[in-house]
Structures are given as structure tokens and as C-alpha cells.
Design a protein around this ligand. Structure first.
Ligand code: GLN
Length: 483
């Protein structure tokens, strides 16, 4: 069976009509992973119970039991989502040997929908990075060109979908970690509106920015998966009660009559010429479908990177305080308690994580709090205002997802500032808490380019509509890498 290009929708249909069983499907993916992931290193660990879980669903199906919407569907999870009994690590040595003792809410929801959890995927350590090079366990490579990065921090999940190891995967996005690797690997990735998906059981990096979201080949699959994982959760006070969203009316999506905004501040220097051309081609495609395209201005987004790299380290430094080497994970004994803390943390965390803990602790310390943290919060609200203002007049904002295609392994790894700059187009959506999606819109030097759509808070539906329309008139999402 060639599972490489199957979409979630096709898989569900085939499972329902018993064209193949979930066990067939899971075995096909597992042997593909076995054969091809040695080089790519997108999977940290395959779930030992995957085949058994698939068989259980098959049995339930053949006995005529009522099944959930994802019955028998294989899915990968980024290594920062807790699955009871799994050794989740956030790709950090600090959590080596740790066993999760409860399920993240998304995991509970996937399980009750009948999904088969295939395993955990590689990521930048604690989701800090844009290339999946900072994982303690090894570097993930881009399936389109193995000498290049897959993007990050959810690089493993993006590669797993792109390389045909599963039809769907989950990632987390604090500043672009779903959308940027989706863009660099040629798949679709959605960062939902802050509050749409419960963060319970997601290892926290920056709690006011983090969101869990899906990767898939098609926008329709992303929308379908969202229906399972979204919604209010008593265990996450920031999650929001949602009215029923229906994607069934999107069968024949149109963009006729919509207004699309192109922010002039995003199209300045630093953007690759090919990326710009392909994004503008995609815009022209929407225009052909009847959308009105207008130039918009968002004057404060120029400060977004600076604001993000103050707020994110501040929140991360406090969230990572819990890794003390005593309660769980890596431990290194010192002469006294303080030395034990500092040895465990000093040896357990990698350089990028330590850099951010130091930056964050500094910016939060007495005397600097007002100068950095509070000021950054103020500018964050100005950025949010820019979004609120333009989204009164346009239905969606279109930009590139990443200023360039996938770069060479090692190229930016030693230079944090250059690495940070690769998030320039994605972090604004997290700061403004709006939904944002990346979808394939062409190739430059044989590498995928991503188009970013951003919309009104809780109006993911609009992004699905535009994205599904775009995928109905283009073929970019049907291209797969030769792994
Ligand atoms: N690359 C960004 C960072 O390093 C975003 C990470 C993320 O979204 N988790 O902070």
C-alpha cells in the first residue's frame, strides 16, 4: 500500500469502507518510518502500543461498535505533549528518563475520537528554535533536501507529515513553530487563536503565546482535526467555549467578495525575491476568484521581534523554574542544595535554553522590569491594536510565512540573531493572539515556499475557506518529496 500521499479524508473513507484496516495502515507507516527515518530523524520514539491500538479499533469496527471521528487514524505528537506512560522530554536532557503521569487534554480528545498515537516527534529543545537543531537527541533533516533544516521548533511533526509517515501530526506554536516548519517542508500548519485549544499537558514555554495546532497535507484535513481538539477545557482557564463550527459548508469554497489585506510593512528588505513573487502569485489567484486585494498598514509590527524576544524569555524563564533536578528528570548532586540546582540545570539544559533563561531573568529583575518587560507588554498591545484595526476592514491578511526557503544545516545555528530573524512574519500572530495558517504556494530552488493567512480571533473558518479555495485551484499541496 502506498500511504505516502493519502490525506486524512481519504484514509477515513477507506477505513470506513474497509478497503484496508487500521492495522494495515499503521504497519505500512511503521515500515516506511523504519526504512526512511534513519536519515531524517523526525521520530524520537514510535509508540510500542501503536499496532495493538490499531487492532483494537479494527475489532471494534468489525463488531459494529459506534466509533469516533478519527477511528483508526494514525497521528504523531510533538514531544512536548504529555501522554501517560510515555517518556516525553521536550527534546531536552533535563527530562531524559522522565515518564509522563497524565494525558494532555488534546491527547484525551484524540484518544476518545479513536485516533492511534504513532509516537513522539523531534523538536528544538523546549520549543526554542527555528530549525530543530537544538534537540538534545539529534538534528531532524528536511525531506526535500537532507542537507537543509526542516524549520522548527516542531520540525519532527512537519517532516513526519511531509515524508508520509502519518497523514496528520500535532505541533505547538509560540512564535511560528507550526507555521514555519510547515512552510519549509511543504505542508499545511495552523496556529489556532489563543484559547481555542487547551494547553493542559503541553509543556509550557511562554504561556501567553503557546498554542497547539495541526499539520496535514490539506486545509480540509487541518479543519477536520481541529474539530476534535478544540474547545473549552476545565483544566485550562484560558480555553474558550466555542459555538459549533461546521466545515461541511466548505465543500465548494469561494473567495468571491472577500477582502484580502497585504501589509506593506511585511514586504520590505530581507525577503527572498522568489518568495515574494510566489506569494504575490497566490494573491493574484485569490483575486481571480473574486477577492478584492488592498494594501494595509500595520505600523507597530516592526517592533514585534524585539517585543517577542523580551516577553518570550521572561515567561520561559519562569516556566522552566520547575526543572530543579529534584522532582523529575536529570539530576546532578552537588555539595549543597544550591549547587545541586545549578549543576542539574547547568548540565541538563542546552545553550539556547540557558540563553533565554538568563535573558528572561535579567529582564524581569528589579529595576529592569519596567524598562523591558512592562514596556514590551505595552508595545504588544499596540501590535494587537494594529491587527484589530485592519481586521475591521479586511477578512484576512496575507504574507509569506518565512522570508526564505529552508537553509543549510548549521548555517544559522551559531548565530542566534539570524535565527531569530527567520520568525519575523510569524510571531506577530502570537503576540496579537489571532489565528494563522501556512500553506504551500510554490517552489524556489526546488524547495517549498509557504503562504501565511492571518484572520480575526476565533475566525479560523475564514482561513479554512480561503485555504480550501486556494487548494482547489492549485496543485502545490499535492507535491511530495522523494525521500
Ligand atoms: N522560533 C521561535 C523561538 O525560538 C518560535 C518557537 C515556537 O514557536 N515554539 O522562540
Amino acid at each position: 500500500m502506498d500511504v505516502t500521499t493519502l490525506s486524512l479524508k481519504e484514509i477515513i473513507r477507506a477505513l470506513e469502507s474497509k478497503e484496508f484496516s487500521s492495522e494495515d495502515l499503521v504497519s505500512a507507516y511503521l515500515s516506511r518510518i523504519e526504512k526512511l527515518d534513519g536519515d531524517l530523524y523526525s521520530v524520537l520514539e514510535v509508540s510500542p502500543s501503536a499496532l495493538e491500538d490499531a487492532r483494537k479499533i479494527d475489532k471494534a469496527r468489525s463488531s459494529g461498535q459506534e466509533l469516533g471521528s478519527l477511528a483508526g487514524v494514525p497521528i504523531f505528537l510533538k514531544d512536548n505533549m504529555m501522554v501517560k506512560g510515555w517518556g516525553n522530554t521536550s527534546a531536552s536532557q533535563v527530562l531524559e528518563g522522565h515518564k509522563s503521569v497524565y494525558n494532555a487534554t488534546v491527547v484525551d480528545r484524540l484518544k476518545s475520537a479513536g485516533a492511534v498515537l504513532l509516537g513522539r516527534t523531534n523538536m528544538d529543545e523546549f520549543a526554542m528554535g527555528s530549525s530543530t537543531e537544538s534537540s538534545h537527541f539529534g538534528t531532524t533533516k528536511n525531506p526535500w533536501d537532507k542537507t537543509r533544516v526542516p524549520g522548527g521548533s516542531s520540525g519532527g511533526s512537519a517532516v513526519a507529515v511531509s515524508a508520509g509517515f502519518a497523514p496528520v501530526a500535532l505541533g505547538s506554536d509560540t512564535g511560528g513553530s507550526i507555521r514555519q516548519p510547515a512552510s519549509l517542508c511543504g505542508v499545511v500548519g495552523l496556529k489556532p487563536t489563543y484559547g481555542r485549544v487547551s494547553r493542559y499537558g503541553l509543556m509550557a514555554m511562554a504561556s501567553s503565546l503557546d498554542q497547539i495546532g495541526p499539520f496535514a497535507r490539506t486545509v480540509e484535513d487541518v479543519a477536520f482535526l481541529m474539530q476534535t481538539i478544540e474547545g473549552k477545557d476545565q483544566k485550562d482557564a484560558t480555553s474558550v467555549e466555542l459555538s459549533e463550527t461546521s466545515i461541511s459548508e466548505l465543500i465548494e469554497p469561494t473567495v468571491d467578495g472577500l477582502t484580502i489585506g497585504i501589509p506593506k510593512e511585511y514586504f520590505l528588505e530581507g525577503m527572498d525575491a522568489d518568495v515574494k513573487r510566489l506569494v504575490m502569485d497566490a494573491v493574484a489567484e485569490l483575486e481571480k476568484g473574486g477577492a478584492k486585494v488592498v494594501e494595509i498598514s500595520m505600523p507597530h509590527v516592526q517592533y514585534a521581534l524585539a517585543v517577542y524576544y523580551v516577553l518570550m524569555p521572561c515567561e520561559a524563564s519562569s516556566n522552566l523554574g520547575r526543572f530543579d533536578g529534584l522532582r523529575y528528570g536529570y539530576h546532578s548532586t552537588g555539595e549543597n542544595l544550591t549547587e545541586t540546582y545549578s549543576r542539574s540545570r547547568g548540565e541538563g539544559f542546552g545553550p539556547e535554553v540557558k540563553r533565554r533563561i538568563m535573558l528572561g531573568s535579567y529582564a524581569l529583575s528589579a529595576g529592569y522590569y519596567d524598562a523591558y518587560y512592562r514596556k514590551a507588554l505595552k508595545v504588544r498591545s499596540l501590535i494587537k491594536k494594529d491587527f484589530d484595526e485592519v481586521l475591521k476592514h479586511v477578512d484576512a491578511i496575507v504574507t509569506p510565512t518565512s522570508p526564505s526557503v529552508a537553509w543549510k544545516l548549521g548555517e544559522k545555528f551559531g548565530d542566534p540573531l539570524t535565527m531569530y530573524l527567520s520568525d519575523i512574519y510569524t510571531i506577530t500572530a502570537n503576540l496579537a493572539t489571532v489565528p494563522a495558517m501556512s500553506l504551500p504556494c510554490g517552489f524556489s530552488q526546488d524547495l517549498p515556499v509557504g503562504l501565511q493567512l492571518m484572520g480575526r480571533p476565533f475566525d479560523e473558518h475564514m482561513l479554512y475557506r480561503i485555504g480550501m479555495y486556494y487548494q482547489s485551484v492549485t496543485e502545490w499541496h499535492k507535491q511530495t518529496p522523494i525521500v
